[in-house]
Design a binder for this molecule. Structure first.
Ligand code: P6P
Length: 320
């Protein structure tokens, strides 16, 4: 296990050295993400002071009102990821179609990201975050984004909260780094993250209880009867970050109003499932592992149950 306090740049380079055939491309790619994250973090911190608060009056592909910070975060990520030259294509919650950067023509990867997840919480100062998912470029077509989550090369998130924490995995463990703003470095703070087999927390929007099917209602009731505490922030990055650290269940299920749930497969569920599974947990859509789901559309939604392996297995087991 690497030493607490190691800076992220050195950590990424040491990871690269474990793969003799590595060309350094993924290192440059990850470095571009961390540079963008530092700038977004600075803007999020200023949001209360600057006039970035409040909606632009525009709407995104989801028909949701675009907050200025959403738009700004997307622009920052597009600029840094394009300039890195490592990404053949970029897909974002904020963009209807993928973008093919001029500098990325020889890029080995494609990246899907949610530039600022939980944006509806911006104005109430609740933690929000960036989520990213990296796949290998295979065909140079939209199909590169429609690969199963288990084929991801890397995935991670940055949570902009009381501190800024970047959590990522390239398939060899999950590690968290906290930004030291005084030196502008992400320092290893959560080495080798592992989710306990069972937790004591369930995280789901119980306001939709009447929309759930009877099986889900009885499952949630059974966890409550055993004394599980409810923690629901309504910002996926925050709820998943807590679940990675403390264990338990995070769920955004399908219901009578949202037959596929609300969360997006490519740039929310799949990267978070990759992290949770590599931290020893489980992530399912209620029927199969999220990492085995074959995407069909860029912005498709998927039901999500993720967290402590035993809790999730109980949650999705329909035998009883
Ligand atoms: P609800 C935030 O808008 C988000 O996309 C996720 O970050 C979060 O988990 C979910 O929606 C919350 O949705 O319907 O519970 O408000």
């Amino acid at each position: 296990m690497s030493a607490i306090g190691m800076d992220l740049n050195r950590f990424i380079l040491e990871e690269e050295r474990k793969y003799p055939k590595a060309t350094g491309s993924l290192t440059i790619a990850l470095t571009a993400i961390t540079s963008a994250a530092k700038i977004i973090a600075a803007h999020v911190r200023m949001a209360g002071l600057a006039d970035v608060l409040g909606a632009t009056g525009l709407t995104n592909v989801q028909g949701e009102e675009v907050q200025k910070l959403d738009e700004l975060s997307n622009r920052i990520l597009v600029q840094h990821l394009s300039d890195s030259g490592q990404f053949y294509a970029l897909a974002s919650e904020e963009m209807e179609e993928p973008l093919y950067p001029e500098k990325g023509k020889n890029g080995k990867y494609v990246i899907a990201f949610d530039p600022l997840d939980g944006s509806s919480n911006i104005d109430v100062n609740v933690s929000i975050g960036t989520i990213f998912s990296i796949h290998k470029k295979v065909s140079g077509t939209i199909d590169d984004f429609l690969q199963e989550g288990e084929k991801q090369v890397a995935a991670g998130y940055i949570i902009y909260g009381s501190s800024t924490v970047l959590v990522y995995s390239t398939g060899n463990g999950v590690n968290g780094f906290t930004l030291d703003p005084s030196v502008g470095l992400f320092l290893l703070s959560h080495p080798d993250m592992n989710i306990p087999g069972r937790g004591k927390i369930y995280s789901i929007n119980e306001g939709y209880y009447k929309r759930w099917d009877d099986s889900l209602r009885s499952k949630v009731d059974s966890f409550k009867e055993r004394g599980y505490s409810l923690r629901y922030i309504g910002s996926m990055v925050s709820d998943v970050h807590r679940t990675l650290i403390k264990g338990g269940i995070f769920a955004y299920p399908a219901d009578s109003k949202s037959p596929s749930g609300k969360l997006r497969l490519l740039y929310e569920a799949s990267p978070m499932a990759y992290l949770v599974e590599h931290a020893g947990g489980k992530a399912s859509n209620g029927v199969t592992d999220i990492l085995k789901v074959k995407p069909e559309k860029l912005h498709q939604r998927v039901p999500v149950f993720l967290g402590s392996r035993e809790d999730i297995e109980e949650m999705i087991n329909h035998n009883d």
